[in-house]
Design a protein around this ligand. Structure first.
Ligand code: PSV
Ligand code: MN
Length: 386
């Protein structure tokens, strides 16, 4: 096993993208509990996200969602982000909150609705051009609730056609990441339910299309690290939406439910060459329904760092020897030793060496930032997931 000093260099290259929507209010279909100081504008969301980077040094970019984060002048939002030491990252399109999308977007039976969804994605690419984003993330709520409601096969054809109309708009260095999700909001079938479906569409589209893996979007018990290995083999793992789940798409703080799973996933990312390369965008996709939005984000990026550190501690050479010798016990022990290594004190020291607070969550509470936004952000409409 490596020691902490061996892994400092690769570890210090970690960048976790945070989602603008994590700073808004969110909840369940039963209740959204508003929090004091919640941003009312995309500028305020970016300001909160910048706090996460200021205190951790790990979160230099903020993913935006269109139209939630559309402002008259996107350059201004981008410059504002830069002035706070962060930048705008992935652009997420939204084809799930307009009346027209009741029966789907890119898969809708009506060509006019499909055209509208294509045009929205093209408009998102134009925003990417302005603000210098690399990735367009497409997550579709498309699907059906009842067997026979629509033709599953026709919907795949429509999807393929729609994606092919969006794809040519991607410029040099830009990519499309197609996210899959097992179910919800559709309950019978979903048009992009799994990594295989996403991958097939990406392969059809061309080299700028990649799969986005949201850790909350699988059936319970799914071996997610296997999917990671497979997509990296195919060169098509584009990004992660990290979060954690106990039951469905819970969007809880990453690592909260199963830190060992997060470790296994990150180890497979390292093993497959997905890190420290930045070709795999590590992003959070979370909702903080009951915990403070900013503190929840800080904790989450720190957890990714902590589990990545443990994953980097695995000496691949040593593990490979045990594996090739079919030494089951030794191989498993090598992995578990890395997982059980407590790196928290080393990480605190590393932060101090970088001029960062040793305990970023405590530093956030001590900074007075929360009090200041609670005092300033009075009136207006608080941002919310819906
Ligand atoms: C809905 O499940 C979802 O959480 C997807 O994971 C997207 O990434 C996100 O919303 C934002 O559109
Ligand atoms: Mn997601």
């Amino acid at each position: 096993m490596f020691s902490f000093s061996d892994i400092v260099e690769p570890l210090s290259r970690l960048q976790v993208e945070v989602p603008s929507w994590a700073y808004g209010n969110s909840g369940t279909r039963f209740k959204v509990f508003p929090q004091k100081g919640t941003p009312r504008t995309p500028f305020e969301k970016v300001a909160d996200a910048a706090q996460v980077h200021r205190l951790t040094g790990l979160a230099p970019s903020v993913a935006i969602h269109i139209p939630w984060d559309a402002v008259d002048d996107m350059d201004e939002l981008s410059s504002y982000a830069h002035s706070l030491g962060v930048r705008l990252g992935t652009v997420n399109s939204n084809t799930f909150q307009d009346e027209d999308y009741k029966y789907g977007s890119l898969c809708h039976p009506d060509p006019a609705v499909r055209r509208k969804a294509v045009e929205h994605n093209v408009a998102c690419i134009q925003i990417m051009d302005r603000i210098g984003s690399r990735d367009l993330k497409i997550w579709l709520a498309d699907g059906t609730n009842y067997p026979g409601q629509d033709d599953i096969r026709d919907r795949q054809e429509r999807l393929s056609e729609g994606l092919a109309q969006i794809y040519p708009h991607l410029g040099e260095g830009q990519r499309m990441v197609l996210e899959y999700k097992l179910f919800e909001p559709a309950f019978y079938h979903t048009d992009v339910p799994d990594w295989g479906t996403s991958l097939l569409h990406c392969l059809e589209l061309g080299p700028k299309a990649f799969v986005c893996l949201d850790t909350g979007h699988h059936a319970p018990g799914t071996n997610i690290e296997f999917i990671v290995a497979q997509l990296l083999r195919a060169g098509r793992l584009g990004s992660f939406d990290f979060n954690s789940r106990f039951y469905a798409d819970d969007d809880l703080m990453v690592g909260a439910a199963d830190p060992f799973q997060l470790f296994r996933i990150l180890r497979e990312v390292v093993r497959g060459g997905g890190y420290p390369s930045t070709d795999v965008q590590l992003m959070l996709d979370q909702c903080h329904n009951i915990e403070n939005h900013i503190a929840g984000q800080i904790r989450s990026v720190l957890t990714v760092q902590e589990m990545l550190a443990r994953a980097l501690l695995v000496d691949q050479e040593e593990l490979g020897q045990a594996q090739r010798a079919c030494d089951v016990m030794a191989a498993n022990q090598i992995l578990m030793d890395a997982f059980y290594t407590d790196v928290r004190a080393d990480l605190a020291d590393w932060r101090v060496s970088q001029g960062l607070p040793s305990d970023p969550v405590a530093a956030f509470w001590a900074s007075g930032y929360q009090e200041s936004i609670e005092a300033e952000r009075v009136g207006g409409t608080q941002a919310a997931w819906t």
